[in-house]
Design a protein around this ligand. Structure first.
Ligand code: KDG
Length: 317
């Protein structure tokens, strides 16, 4: 049974190297896109047992996603195939080298039909950590119910809840975001937030203020991710102690997926009972590896690559 369980939608994503409007792109490549499955891949590469729960269309794209994630070593035994609904699709448009725009074709997707009845409670009970993102509750009413059900289930079963708001403004309004995520933050053991997400949730992008507000909301550990500027971590047990995590100086090829990579590194440290600062440092290393390659998760390192990084202090491939 897995140590970490995550639940969420993974789509097939069509990416292009063409810069500019998608109507002129003709070199699409098919890859996976799913925040929760990115975290699952990161944790699996670091040697943890991870289960990913989802629903996929019983179609070619669903079979592609299943094959890739199973091949990564993730436990996909609780993934269901839905013959009535399709696998979600997204297209990524490159506005410039580092600005992307996404187009979703995920309304009515198989994953958006997930509901609490979909869950195997005995399976969930086996986890030490359940990782969720704010994407799932934005997908549909039944996904929102599933999200809330899992959080309460985790609390009642002493399972740590890790929450990344991963705000997608294309999916819901700022009011809906606050209405759903603030109560979830209150119940989270680990809350991983970005500066722009802090602005939406707490009307501030100042890391210290985000941390303060998250603790006031009820979070137990808070991580504020600042991308190439590093990160801050703090724990409610000693909330005045805010520790800075230095960024790694790497050449950024593609920054999407960096937040998920950070989450996987942080959770790996958490599972190994490392200090909050060490958890953040592994998060930063994972994030740095993720941005040095094109794709959300392709560049994520293994545990031995991380160990070698810690000895040599540079990324070697
Ligand atoms: O975090 C990376 C994700 O944004 C990407 O893989 C797609 O999960 C995704 C989403 O819903 O936007």
């Amino acid at each position: 049974m897995p140590d970490v369980i995550t639940i969420g939608e993974t789509m097939v994503s069509f990416i292009t190297h063409h810069k500019g409007p998608l109507r002129y792109a003709d070199d699409f490549k098919k890859v996976l896109a799913g925040s929760e499955s990115n975290v699952a891949i990161g944790l699996t590469r670091l040697g943890h047992s991870v289960g990913w729960i989802s629903s996929l269309g019983n179609d070619e794209f669903g079979k592609f996603i299943f094959k890739e994630l199973t091949g990564e070593g993730i436990d996909t035994s609780r993934v269901k195939f839905d013959s009535e609904s399709p696998t979600g699709i997204m297209f990524k448009e490159l506005k410039s080298s580092n600005v992307t725009n996404v187009y979703y074709y995920r309304k009515g997707s198989a994953a958006s039909k997930m509901s609490p009845e979909f869950l195997d409670e005995n399976y969930l009970k086996s986890a030490k950590v359940i990782h969720l993102t704010g994407i799932t509750p934005a997908l549909s009413k039944s996904c929102l119910e599933t999200f809330n059900f899992i959080i309460d289930f985790a609390i009642n079963n002493n399972i740590s809840v890790s929450l990344d708001p991963n705000i997608r403004l294309k999916l819901w309004s700022k009011k809906e975001i606050k209405d759903v995520l603030l109560p979830a933050i209150a119940k989270s053991d680990i809350f991983l937030c970005g500066e722009d997400e802090g602005e939406i949730l707490f009307n501030t992008s100042d890391p210290t203020e985000i941390i303060k507000e998250s603790f006031l909301a009820g979070a137990k550990r808070v991580v504020v991710k600042l991308g190439s500027k590093g990160a801050y971590v703090s724990d409610c047990i000693n909330s005045d102690n805010i520790e800075f995590i230095d960024p790694l100086n790497v050449e950024v090829v593609d920054s999407i997926g960096a937040g998920d990579a950070f989450a996987s590194g942080y959770l790996s440290g958490y599972l190994r009972n490392l200090s909050n600062k060490e958890c953040g440092q592994i998060g930063a290393i994972m994030g740095a590896y993720a941005v040095t390659t094109f794709g959300d998760y392709e560049g994520l390192p293994t545990k031995s690559e991380i160990d070698s990084f810690l000895n040599k202090k540079h990324i070697s491939r």
